[in-house]
Design a protein around this ligand. Sequence first.
Ligand code: C5P
Length: 218
Amino acid sequence: PVNVVVAVDGTSGSGKSSTCRAVADRLGLRYLDTGAQYRAITWWMLREGVDVHDAEAVAARAGEPVLVSGTDPLAPSITVDGVDVSVEIRSDEVNGAVSPVSAVPAVRSRLVDLQRALIGTGGIVVEGRDIGSVVWPQAELKVYLTADPAARAARRALENGGADLTATQESLLARDKIDSGRAVAPLTMADGAVHVDSTDLTLDEVVELVVGLVMERV
Ligand code: C5P
């Protein structure tokens, strides 16, 4: 499946990253985490002291930071102005600011251009919220990955070294609400997407399922 594009969208904490990385590794494809790009631009806005709730202020500076995404599924990376921010973009501060920043049209159009350029001639698994609906509607496979909020919070809290479950769930649901309700490119199941509910599946089971769906289509 050398030139295939696999678009995986879904709610926060549904297992998109782990699934996409494993699927890309299995099939010899590249991997693009578009959420990391939205997080990186948010990290930069916070560092610059931009008020992330002021959409005009965010839009005015959206073109400034230089973002570079590494697409190796075994070692994904993201740099802003040459600095690797892979760790910093997972902070509570970024978690709390990324959805308002992502709702700004100037931020989205800039990152969508970047994403399309990276997808290029294909051979990639791309995860986000609007990949199948906006960025690459012609993807050979579109997956809409979800899970119950409690399951998502449990997974995310475990990843974050046993963070508080209630607070983690609240943070996930707050992001879902903004991501689904925004005017531009809201989180939604794209036309032709396959809905996969991972609540009662292991990571391996989800990976098998998605690999099988790719193989059916190429
Ligand atoms: O996927 P992740 O949870 O890291 O994404 C962080 C945030 O980035 C999302 O909550 C959403 O606000 C934004 N995002 C987006 N469009 C994408 C990917 C992420 O708006 N394609």
